[in-house]
Design a protein around this ligand. Structure first.
Ligand code: ZN
Length: 124
């Protein structure tokens, strides 16, 4: 008996699809970009137009790819949420960047005023 090395829980009941890999590669493009983006993209990369067209129609009819993409999307959402939590925690621990930027700006303004005053004095 052959052992499958890549664990694919729950996909085993779906037929394997050779296009799933491509669908996952193009997940950002498939989900995020608008039609106008694609027009420009295809003008620049005409060789990809047929592939994308194929994928777009294929996803609608292929349960394997639909499942794979839904799962990939969910994983991305979870990663994004986790990242946001980390960022929120970081903001609470570290003094806010806005404040630090303002302090830096103020000291920079002061040094500017000093130098401009200095040049004014030397001029006269
Ligand atoms: Zn498929």
């Amino acid at each position: 008996m052959m052992k499958d090395e890549t664990p694919a829980p729950r996909t085993s009941d779906l037929p394997p699809c050779p296009l799933t890999h491509y669908c996952q590669c193009f997940i950002d493009e498939l989900y995020q970009y608008s039609g106008s983006y694609w027009k420009e993209y295809f003008v620049e990369n005409p060789q990809n137009e047929r592939l994308m067209e194929k994928l777009c129609t294929h996803i609608l009819t292929c349960p394997t790819c639909t499942t794979a993409l839904t799962r990939a999307r969910r994983v991305r959402l979870q990663q994004r949420c986790a990242l946001r939590e980390v960022l929120n925690e970081g903001e609470q621990k570290v003094p806010s960047t806005t404040e630090q930027t303002l302090i830096a700006l103020r000291s920079w303004q002061k040094s500017l005023q000093k130098t401009s005053a200095g040049t004014n004095n030397s001029k006269s």
